[in-house]
Design a binder for this molecule. Structure first.
Ligand SMILES: CC(C)(COP(=O)(O)OP(=O)(O)OC[C@H]1O[C@@H](n2cnc3c(N)ncnc32)[C@H](O)[C@@H]1OP(=O)(O)O)[C@@H](O)C(=O)NCCC(=O)NCCS
Length: 170
């Protein structure tokens, strides 16, 4: 008996390849459609987003990882490495796979990859209402470094705050 938590399936994290681009795009479109978690909003500029994913997979300054579980691609993480040593993090997990360790597996690998690439710090922005993401980041040692107030205009016209979080690696 493991309580009410869903079982944790085996999760494999690996580098994204060009063969993953459509699946990653599908994840981004689906999570954008949820409307509350990521900066990308529906309707997604699919061709523009596809180009960006290809650039991430092929680019030397980006670490692009995917997570597979149950034979499906269920999550992705990207880290853009700035010249000044900070790696900017973005990640998402398919709605049906959340709360089962996929984000943990992706982030653990992402942090090690950023360190190995010579980054001295990880940085990200997250909506203040995204309790699951903030809890995950804090569990890995990220701290809140600031708040951007009424900073991002959504397509609805609303202005959303964003929490800035950072994780020093040095
Ligand atoms: C944020 C996200 C990536 C986390 O991925 P995940 O696979 O659900 O994370 P895990 O299952 O590994 O959970 C790790 C920790 O996150 C926290 N967490 C996860 N879901 C949570 C929830 N609903 N409420 C509060 N904390 C939660 C817990 O601390 C959990 O640790 P525990 O399992 O020891 O309790 C996922 O929820 C997601 O993709 N959300 C939509 C997109 C998004 O928000 N991306 C980040 C934008 S900044």
């Amino acid at each position: 008996m493991t309580g009410r938590r869903p079982a944790r399936p085996a999760v494999t994290v690996r580098d994204a390849t060009l063969a993953d681009v459509d699946a990653v795009l599908g994840l981004v479109v689906a999570v954008a459609g949820e409307g509350r978690w990521i900066s990308v909003e529906a309707p997604v500029d699919v061709e523009g987003r596809r180009r960006r994913i290809v650039e991430d997979v092929e680019g030397d300054d980006t670490i692009a990882l995917v997570a597979e579980a149950g034979g499906e691609l269920v999550g992705q993480l990207d880290l853009r490495l700035a010249r000044y040593g900070v790696a900017d993090l973005g990640m998402l997990v398919a709605a049906g796979w959340r709360g089962r360790g996929v984000g943990t597996a992706l982030l653990a690998e992402g942090i090690e990859r950023a360190r190995a690439a010579g980054a001295h710090k990880l940085a990200l922005q997250v909506w203040p209402h995204n309790a699951a993401a903030i809890a995950l980041y804090e569990r890995f040692g990220f701290r809140r470094e600031g708040l951007l107030r009424r900073h991002y205009r959504r397509r609805s016209g609303e202005l959303w705050d964003a929490v800035i979080m950072g994780l020093p690696l040095d």
